[in-house]
Design a protein around this ligand. Structure first.
Ligand SMILES: Cc1cc2nc3c(=O)[nH]c(=O)nc-3n(C[C@H](O)[C@H](O)[C@H](O)COP(=O)(O)OP(=O)(O)OC[C@H]3O[C@@H](n4cnc5c(N)ncnc54)[C@H](O)[C@@H]3O)c2cc1C
Length: 443
């Protein structure tokens, strides 16, 4: 029997959720249901798995259990980049990777983008929710410039399209002269993550049932199926897709291989768009690994625009952060905002939040049939909008016995490497994050 030792707790809500109208969550589970497949976790991985299952067999009975509310978790807290090309790369990272593997990664990312694009078409979403606008990888000094140049060489080697921009050109896009160079790649899609995942959740009906405020408390084998208990109900399911990211460990699975790292974001109040030149909407990842992600979010006619700043990483093995940690990260965000946008002096941050990520030492997913009938799509490795989406699709296909290209690639990943023992792990992880953040400086 697998019993949850811990459930997710959210201290705050993200600016993305706060900016949306209130939504009535789906009811919690209060009876016993039978399902072909039960999915634990309603983030990118879980809901993408549900969508794939219903595409493959619309008659399949699927039950999704979400511990909290849709968009409360990391899926509604991220910066909204569904990237096609890896972005946190240094020349060393890229140089050491086999180019076939890189192409596999890119193909996987594009399969995730295809799922999101189909949904966007189905829903008739505008650019405020799903914007296939590409992204900039921006530098703020000589070290960053070197990364930009190196990234361009690596993109040449995988024959991917890009455009290099000098300081003036990226200034015309962003309205600030703070960036020294940039590289534009056209394939990334930018989403309003909370609206996206709510839309995906609300697309289910018929034989796919979603229950919110319904944490899986335990699951155990009952003959040929699995019985999952929630506080007021139960699900008997032939198969389980485990899509609760770092909380897989709370059931005793993937012990000693998941690194629980938090990252932080702040979003400004709406400001008069005439205060900042350039385009009204753009999205930039840092050229320098561990640097700062920045987005300008265009408001509607009544509202103004906002700037999102995402930076800072902390290692939190207990899978929770304090208000103090969010405040400390917020001070860093304020400095980074001021350095980039001196013309927006006086504009304050309206929302601040943190979110959990599950990484592995060797950057591979924790994927596969962990017990007969239990298919894991765990370890987003920080880029879950693409990787967890793809892992969810692959887990759905594997659960139905398919041996697709995607399933083969996911099965072919190395197994996650064991983490060093405590206290070396905490000391090492904290020191490593601090050194990398320090070397990123204002980038
Ligand atoms: C500030 C920030 C910015 C980021 N920016 C980006 C970005 O731009 N692009 C990108 O690709 N990634 C980004 N990420 C990472 C990305 O958000 C994650 O990789 C992604 O959300 C992982 O998706 P997931 O479905 O695997 O897990 P999660 O989003 O963590 O979803 C898991 C779900 O499982 C639920 N759950 C847990 N335990 C149980 C249980 N016992 N029963 C039922 N449900 C349970 C949780 O409530 C949660 O909703 C960012 C993260 C943060 C915090």
């Amino acid at each position: 029997m697998f019993v949850a030792s811990k459930l997710p707790q959210q201290l705050d809500r993200s600016g993305w959720v706060a900016m949306l109208p209130a939504r009535t969550p789906r009811p919690s589970l209060n009876r016993t249901l039978n399902a072909d497949v039960a999915i634990i976790g309603g983030g990118f991985a879980g809901l993408s798995a549900a969508r794939r299952l219903s595409q493959l067999d619309p008659t399949l009975k699927v039950v999704i259990l979400e511990a909290g509310e849709i968009a409360e978790g990391a899926t509604g807290r991220n910066s909204g980049f569904i990237i096609d090309l890896p972005h946190e790369v240094s020349s060393e990272d890229y140089g050491g990777t086999d180019s076939d593997e890189r192409r596999h990664d890119i193909k996987i990312h594009r399969m995730a983008i295809a799922l999101a694009r189909d949904l966007a078409v189905e829903k008739g979403w505008g650019k405020d929710i799903f914007d296939p606008c590409g992204k900039y990888n921006v530098a703020m000094g000589p070290q960053g410039d070197k990364h930009v140049a190196s990234y361009a060489r690596q993109l040449d080697s995988v024959k991917e399209e890009y455009r290099l921009l000098d300081s003036e050109e990226i200034g015309e896009v962003t309205g600030t002269r703070s960036f020294t160079s940039a590289i534009f790649t056209p394939g990334t899609v930018i989403i309003q993550p909370a609206a996206y995942i709510r839309g995906l959740a609300d697309s289910f009906g018929g034989s796919v049932k979603l229950f919110e405020h319904s944490p899986a408390l335990s699951f155990d084998r009952q003959g040929a199926s699995w019985r999952i208990k929630t506080p007021n109900g139960a699900v008997n399911a032939g198969k389980i897709v485990l899509a609760n990211n770092g909380h897989a460990q709370s059931f005793g699975l993937f012990r000693g291989v998941l690194l629980h790292v938090y990252t932080y974001a702040s979003m400004t109040e709406a400001f008069d768009p005439t205060r900042l030149g350039g385009q009204r909407s753009w999205a930039a990842t840092p050229a320098f690994p561990m640097g700062t992600t920045v987005r300008r979010v265009q408001g509607d006619k009544r509202d103004g625009d906002r700037i999102l700043i995402r930076s800072r990483y902390t290692y939190n093995p207990r899978m929770q952060v304090s208000d103090g940690a969010i405040t400390r990260a917020g001070r860093i965000h304020d400095r980074k905002f001021e350095a980039r946008f001196p013309m927006l002096k006086g504009v304050r941050m309206q929302y601040r939040w943190a979110g959990a990520m599950a990484l592995t030492w060797n950057g591979v997913p924790a994927f596969g049939e962990v017990e007969p009938g239990i298919f894991a799509a765990i370890a987003c490795n920080g880029v879950g909008a693409t990787k967890a989406t793809a892992a969810g699709i692959a887990a759905a296909e594997a659960a139905l016995g398919m041996d697709s290209w995607l399933v083969q690639v996911f099965r072919g990943f190395a197994t996650p490497k064991p983490l060093p023992p405590q206290p070396f792990l905490t000391i090492g992880a904290t020191a490593n994050l601090s050194v990398k953040e320090w070397s990123a400086g204002m980038e």
